[in-house]
Design a binder for this molecule. Sequence first.
Ligand code: GLN
Length: 387
Amino acid sequence: MKFPGVLRSKLPKQGTTIFTVMSGLALKHNAVNLSQGFPDFSIPERLVELTHSFMKKGLNQYSPMQGVPALRQKLAEKVSELYSANYDVDSEINITAGGTQAIFTAISAFINEGDEVIIFEPAYDCYVPAIEVNGGKAMYIQMNLAGELIDWEKVKRLINQRTRMIIINTPHNPSGRVMTAADMMKLERLTNGTDIIILSDEVYEHIIFDGMEHQSIARYPKLAERSIIVSSFGKSYHNTGWKIGHVLAPAELMSEFRKVHQFNVFSVNTPIQHALAEFLDDKDHYLSLGAFYQEKRDRFNQLLEGSNFKIKPSEGTYFQLLDYSKISEEKDTDYAIRLIKEVGVASIPVSVFYHQKNEDRFLRFCFAKEDETLEKAAEKLMKLSPL
Ligand code: GLN
């Protein structure tokens, strides 16, 4: 069928998200899929049982728009313990249908025509379309993946009267780098006295390695006052398909967030929220997540020892960047496709996270996988010879 009129696309240049494209190709060519980020192992059995039990108890109708109170209560306790932050259960915490929805809703709630939003590249792929569909303008800053991550002087120069929002992401997808306490202090100084809202994507908050501490915005009261923090249960409970996340924000910002949220999702899956509320009592689960994934990172890197890839340090998330410049001169989007078809391993080309041409030769591999999956992938990657 064909639309009979003139179609005026709101996102004329936007194609299908890279995660859908690469996972689709992996399936088609039967490749080991280390592209889209999701675990290939089971979720905690008790979480399934709890969900089932709440379904059987009849908790199958709409939850409150803000989310199930018991879950918000547990989250308030958790952030108070972990980050010494006080978020009001009723007015400052909201359950969402995953991180992407939370980000889209937050941007829609605050970005008007002509507003500028500062983002750091490589940037996770949902930020820019959400800004543009709302009439905003993305202002780009390139991160230095090999050294000091953010040049705050550049940020300072970009801030002006039109700057409405700054989006940060730590631990950072796709690079695996993390922001430091010094970064947070600088961000605090730069935004002090402005109307800027910070959107802090912290969906990998518990996946951080080598004894580093997650620098949640929630730890910094002056920043928290102007911030919306986005988190995700999918990353922490291995259930990305359940699509549940949450948002923390001061009441005034949350009230605006909810004006939009109530009309684009209203509320999210009720029995799962009850199950998560109980499961959150198991603090060990999220406190041991860093060690759990650090082992996977180390295993993957060890398997690649002696390969022709250069391993970029991964400080957090479940992603590992590999530099393939010794193996091929092809651009990453082409090389990633060839790797699927000819070698049988799917990854994500990092250049898609930049708005301009990017000459790096980096591919992103997800190591949230069973050891055997990592072994299978590494065996194939080890065969690649230098140019
Ligand atoms: N966050 C996941 C990743 O980076 C993808 C989520 C999605 O497919 N939308 O791989």
